[in-house]
Design a protein around this ligand. Structure first.
Ligand code: ATP
Length: 239
């Protein structure tokens, strides 16, 4: 399987604080990978470095053979990578529908294409259709996460990254969220990078996993094997 995205020894700083230390990872075109690690490990920084939201000081990021290390975020999205950030970052004063349209900013859809895409999103989460005219800020946490996922899909990505999609959600919504992420990967054939604190679920649904600790990748491997590893059980699965 050819590598679609390759992160090669990136180091990212906030001022003098080094958040990532020569981090490398790769994802192939048919894969779902997960990244687990405790608070402050650098998971979001890794996502933001890939997206061009923060710039690594050294190392390279290659996507589909193209060097995107210094590419601006809007161009990264245009090139086919989408990011559903931690905390959703929806536009609270805009309607559900307008939020979805914002997700397509990098595409020049015709009116019909826009309608089709929005209908497609409503098929994934019918609740969004019922609330399409409502201000996004008035939605429940779970509905906001659904909206964030769909907004991420509106750009028709060829790779999608989810940052803590289960954070702060009720268990029943968490289950629905993981089901949809799996469907996005399997039915729509989109490679997925999943950042999760829920290590058990991350390992259950991904093919491979990377463990990030204090800005360093300390372990990586097949998820089903890591699920059985003593180290992972002790540190991330509660023994
Ligand atoms: P969490 O799961 O809590 O979101 P994380 O693994 O995503 O954590 P990051 O948010 O990437 O971790 O943070 C990595 C390190 O960089 C932390 O020490 C954090 O305090 C620091 N950091 C993150 N963003 C900034 C910023 N904008 N300015 C300065 N330091 C930052």
């Amino acid at each position: 399987m050819s590598d679609m995205l390759k992160v090669d020894k990136i180091s990212t700083y906030y001022g003098k604080v080094q958040a990532l230390h020569e981090v490398s990872l790769e994802i192939g075109s048919g894969e779902m990978i997960s990244i687990i690690g405790s608070n402050g490990a650098g998971k979001s920084t890794l996502m933001k470095s890939i997206m061009g939201i923060v710039q690594p000081k050294s190392g390279t990021i290659t996507y589909d053979g193209k060097d995107i290390t210094k590419m601006k975020a809007s161009k990264v999205v245009y090139n086919g990578i989408s990011y559903v950030p931690e905390g959703r970052a929806i536009f609270p004063e805009m309607t559900v529908r307008d939020n979805l349209e914002m997700g397509a900013f990098s595409r020049k859809y015709s009116g019909d294409e826009m309608e089709q895409h929005i209908e497609d999103m409503y098929q994934i989460f019918p609740r969004l259709k019922e609330r399409q005219k409502q201000l996004a800020g008035s939605l429940s946490g779970g509905e906001q996460q659904m909206l964030a996922v769909c907004r991420g899909l509106m750009s028709d990505p060829r790779l999608i990254m989810f940052d803590e999609p289960s954070l702060g959600l009720a268990p029943v919504i968490v289950e629905e969220m993981f089901k949809v992420i799996l469907e996005i990967h399997q039915a729509r054939n989109i490679p997925v990078i999943l950042v999760e604190q829920n290590a058990f679920m991350a390992l259950k649904i991904s093919d491979r996993c990377y463990v990030l600790e204090n800005g360093v990748i300390t372990l990586s491997g097949k998820s089903e094997e890591l699920l059985e590893s003593d180290e992972i059980r002790k540190s991330y699965l509660g023994g």
